[in-house]
Design a protein around this ligand. Structure first.
Ligand code: ATP
Ligand code: MG
Length: 386
């Protein structure tokens, strides 16, 4: 049997990036031989094994053939006769279809190294259309390798457009859409993910809410045309934070209300951190942006509605998302963020325990706490009203 390193590990090494996980393909072996050699089988639909020591994934070389509509309908054929080239042919993009032998030799039947040099995301074969997940992956790689100048090839763009027209992408599950979106959010230029999907009309099918938010697309946003507000906010959020939930909040803030964000997050089953920050950013971004002008009462009300006293990090997180959508200079502190942080710390310093001596009970304690907090906020200097 022969073992080759494949996929992302070979690609990322050739790009000079750090390799996070290694996937291997094994040619000329049977499941029995793998088990006898101590590998643990994990694949349910096809023979994939985990190396007992390294934990790396080893897959038997296989071919795949579409047998039914939807993306579950695949006939997988793994046997010792399947060649390395046949296995590479079932892969999505040429840059992901390079294998590396134990001695370092590259096996690259589809021009992957050339496409790495050209910065080209290009399908391996017309069988690309058989799996709509590839549309999402292609858009995600465009975002991930945007700084290296990668672009989707014309032919692949057309193929993806065809897949959308044929209704192929309608079979994608919300879980899978979220999985790739989440990876796009931590990428170099997350906006590319949406641009690529919009250009092939997939965005309206898989993320119709975001498609509406972005508005009609010019063919690309890298000309003179100003990008849509949501993509501009997303790009600025990347400058401000590594955290995907803050980037997400900056993107969806433009919905301007909580409901559409909540239904989007419910449908995609996003983690709560994304849902909470997103809905609060959309609902309160105008108030947050205006924090320097807020009188003590609405200021305290805003902090309470943001649940700022129980979640101290929240105000700063939301202020980053709002700043991303604003016009402020990114290199200088954002006045609304400073105002909210000061107000939160000041109001939080008045604690319910301070009221023990008053002898108040029940709701009266809450009312007194509220009144005292407003009084301390009123004593703060107003940044814009010297
Ligand atoms: P990452 O750095 O995100 O892990 P990757 O390319 O290694 O990128 P994996 O999901 O780990 O992505 O998949 C490993 C390899 O399997 C890919 O490089 C590609 O060759 C192949 N592959 C994965 N998903 C698909 C798919 N949906 N269709 C075709 N080939 C795929
Ligand atoms: Mg991988």
């Amino acid at each position: 049997m022969d073992t080759y390193l494949v996929g992302g590990a070979v690609r990322d090494r050739l790009l000079g990036l750090t390799v996070r996980e290694r996937d291997w393909v094994v040619v000329g072996a049977t499941t029995e031989e793998m088990l006898a050699a101590g590998y643990r089988q994990v694949g349910r639909d096809f023979p994939v094994f985990i190396h007992p020591e390294s934990g790396d994934e080893y897959a038997l070389a296989r071919t795949e053939r579409k047998s039914a509509p939807g993306y579950r309908g695949f006939v997988v054929h793994a046997s010792p006769e399947v060649t390395l080239e046949e296995d590479l042919r079932r892969r999505d993009l040429t840059i992901n279809a390079i294998a590396q032998a134990a001695d370092g030799t590259l096996i690259d039947p589809f021009g992957g190294t050339e496409d790495l040099r050209l910065g080209r995301l290009h399908h391996v074969s017309p069988a690309f259309v058989e799996d709509p997940v590839r549309v999402l992956r292609c858009a995600r790689f465009a975002a991930q390798f945007a700084r290296q100048g990668f672009r989707v090839s014309h032919a692949t763009q057309e193929l993806m457009h065809q897949m959308v027209a044929d209704g192929e992408v309608d079979a994608l599950t919300p879980e899978r859409v979220w999985a790739e979106l989440a990876r796009a959010l931590v990428s170099a230029i997350p906006g590319r993910f949406f641009e690529v999907l919009q250009r092939c009309d997939a965005l309206a099918r898989v993320l119709p809410e975001i498609d509406t938010l972005l508005g009609p697309s010019p063919a690309s946003h890298d000309g003179d045309e100003a990008p849509p507000r949501a993509l501009r906010a997303l790009a600025r959020a990347v400058e401000l934070s590594d955290r995907p939930e803050i980037r997400f909040a900056a993107l969806v803030l433009g919905f301007g209300q909580a409901d559409p964000v909540e239904s989007l997050c419910d449908r995609l089953r996003t983690p709560n951190a994304f849902r909470d920050l997103g809905r609060l950013a959309a609902r309160y971004h105008l108030a947050i942006r205006d924090a320097t002008n807020l009188a003590p009462e609405p200021l305290l009300k805003l902090l309470e509605e943001l649940d700022a006293f129980r979640r101290p990090g929240r105000v700063a997180d939301l202020a980053l998302a709002v700043q991303a959508d604003d016009d402020s200079d990114l290199a200088t502190p954002y006045p609304p963020a400073e105002r909210l942080a000061t107000a939160q710390a000041t109001a939080a310093a008045v604690a319910a325990s301070d009221l023990a001596a008053t002898g108040l009970r029940g709701a009266a304690i809450g009312a007194e706490l509220h009144a005292r907090r407003i009084a301390t906020l009123a004593a703060l200097p107003r940044p814009d009203k010297p």
